[in-house]
Design a protein around this ligand. Structure first.
Ligand code: ATP
Ligand SMILES: Nc1nc2c(ncn2[C@@H]2O[C@H](COP(=O)(O)O)[C@@H](O)[C@H]2O)c(=O)[nH]1
Length: 211
């Protein structure tokens, strides 16, 4: 029996290459009721990426316009490119009782927390080691050596924000990391304060017991 509840904002952050995209794809495949927030970005498309699925690829003037028209829920500059979360799809999904997942950096997470603390559940993904992180960035084979070097040098800064997150998952083995992230989402969905239908449900139970 499902009890009505408010949708939550499920945020994954990590240094680049630790595995957020991989984990979020698995979650979307396996967890009904969860939608991916598709960000807008000015970064060039990588091989295999699809506009509207992986990102909305926009130019800088269009991104500026989105900021000025308040079309973004949060936005930040990451690795010299602009990234932001379109507001309308998130608001529509949440008000339909769906959960929304975000693959965003610490700056965006801070902005979401300021706007909707009670609805944000944040998870920071750690790589098992620096060598693994570098290996993953190379194995993805989608960025130049210069881009990989710049992402590795930003990793220390990204890592310094780990303690701002509600949960920390070490992505050593992808199946284990997935199971942990999935458990977090399942438990957060059961939190009393999110389950707006509980009062009615319990009142009904009491009426049945009093008969
Ligand atoms: N547990 C794991 N073991 C080995 N390889 C992994 C693991 N998790 C992810 N990978 C691989 O590491 C690479 C980087 O993963 P992914 O693209 O998910 O990282 P990301 O955190 O989303 O990076 P970015 O922030 O740059 O988008 C991919 O090739 C992915 O297949
Ligand atoms: N604050 C935001 N950060 C975002 C958003 N979309 C993605 N990101 C983060 O950018 C980096 C780089 O991503 P990549 O796809 O170029 O490798 C990564 O940390 C993402 O989490 C966003 O809308 N807002």
């Amino acid at each position: 029996m499902s009890v009505e509840r408010r949708g939550l904002m499920f945020v994954l952050s990590s240094p680049s290459g630790a595995g957020k995209t991989t984990l979020s794809r698995l979650l979307i495949e396996r967890m009904p009721g969860l939608r991916m927030s598709v960000s807008a970005t000015t970064r060039p498309m990588r091989p295999g990426e699809v506009d509207g699925r992986d990102y909305w690829f926009v130019d800088q003037p269009r991104f500026k316009e989105m900021v000025q028209h308040n079309e973004l829920l949060e936005w930040a500059t990451v690795f010299d490119n602009s990234y932001g979360t379109p507001r309308a799809p998130v608001e529509a999904a949440l008000s339909a009782g769906q959960d929304v997942m975000f693959d965003i950096d610490w700056q965006g997470t801070q902005q979401l927390r300021e706007k909707a603390r009670a609805d944000v559940v944040s998870v920071f993904i750690l790589p098992p080691s620096a060598a693994d992180l570098e290996k993953r960035l190379h194995s993805r084979a989608q960025d130049s050596d210069a881009v990989i070097r710049s992402r590795m040098s930003r990793a220390t800064h990204e890592l310094s924000h780990w303690a701002e997150y509600d949960y920390i998952v070490i992505n050593h083995d992808i199946d284990e990391a997935f199971a942990e992230v999935q458990s977090i989402l399942k438990a957060e969905r059961l939190k009393r304060e999110r389950r707006t239908g509980l009062t009615t449900f319990v009142r009904e139970l009491q009426l049945q017991l009093e008969k």
